[in-house]
Design a protein around this ligand. Sequence first.
Ligand SMILES: [Zn+2]
Length: 417
Amino acid sequence: MKSKKHRYCIFYIFFCILLISNVALSQSSTEKFDKVVIDAGHGGIKPGAIGSHSKEKDITLAVALKVGQLINENLKSVKVYYTRVIDQDVDLYKRSTVANKINADLFISIHCNSSTAKNSMGTETFAMGLAKTNQNLAVAKKENSEILTEANRELNYQGFDLNSPENDILLSLYQNAYLSNSLEFANMIQKEYIKNTSMKSRGVKQANLVVLWKSSMPAVLTEIGFISNSQEEAYISSDIGQWTIASSIFRAIIEYKNKSDNMSLPVPEINSLIPKDVLEKERIRKENERLANIKEQQQLAEEKRQRELQEQEEQQQRQEETKDESAEVIYRVQFSSSLKQISISDNRFNGLEDMYSYQENGKWKYASGLFATQSEALEYLKKVKETYNDAFVVAFYKGKRISIVEAKRLSNKKTES
Ligand SMILES: [Zn+2]
């Protein structure tokens, strides 16, 4: 046990010396940030994570090509290299080999996340390092598992074991020299996602990712959203989603170049980077969504109004039935009318007692108060007239409007009997 520890210690020191000398060399030979490798995750027979209608390998390629296009068109001093430009299987180790061969200044691997929990969502960007949480470890295991299907695994990954913690430590040592720059760039990407998309940011993380392992330059793996979440799958499969993500990564590249080369190149507005027809399509989609929303709200309001009217009618019906039973003459104060029915619970009628509405000659009439005698109604009329000058007393018998003369006759008859 002791000798094993000792062996690791010597290995570690040797390793650090190797790395420091490497960095010193690369810094003196590379003065400018001018080469970027864009790596579209998975490909060919390795589809990566599968969504309900899309595959990770297709989304990562589409976004990778868009990032490259943005650099070619807007940042001509930087040369773009891809690990693949078609639907093709590329072994993980070859991806960083490409970057090392050309002495690239930055390596960006683009991936989509997935989870069995359908509500998992958000973006996150990884640099090499020991995974601090099980969640980060799970992402690494998922992205690393590709090597299981690769030929010559023993040779290309020196016996790398997906489940060995010792391997984990060795893996993380490789990228240590570039860690702070990798983390800095990862941070720039996440900040851009926050600024430009409505996706939740899961932040900058570390995990031992084989695809970043041997790259001799700052390197990140960015998870642009969950393909297993239907909302995010729709977004990262759409033109607007892919262009927004690609533009965010591109803006982060300019910021990083500015920092590395001590420059102050302007960082273009996100909307100036997205093609006009894509923006227009998105504008129309949003407008249609807004109109559909309004229509739905109107429908709901209309349904509510209909329900209220029905309840009101039923209530009146009940009132009339009760009145029929008692067969009394009642008096109310009528103060307003309208062509279209207004609910008696409408705010306009606030402060009026015993609101009542009925239809007569094609018009809706509104009355307030409920009195057994005309004199009581006349007393109440004074109060109503303070607001409604034209208010007057009306009489009802068995739920029907009758004239005051008729009301008096019926009242007298009742008193007599
Ligand atoms: Zn992936």
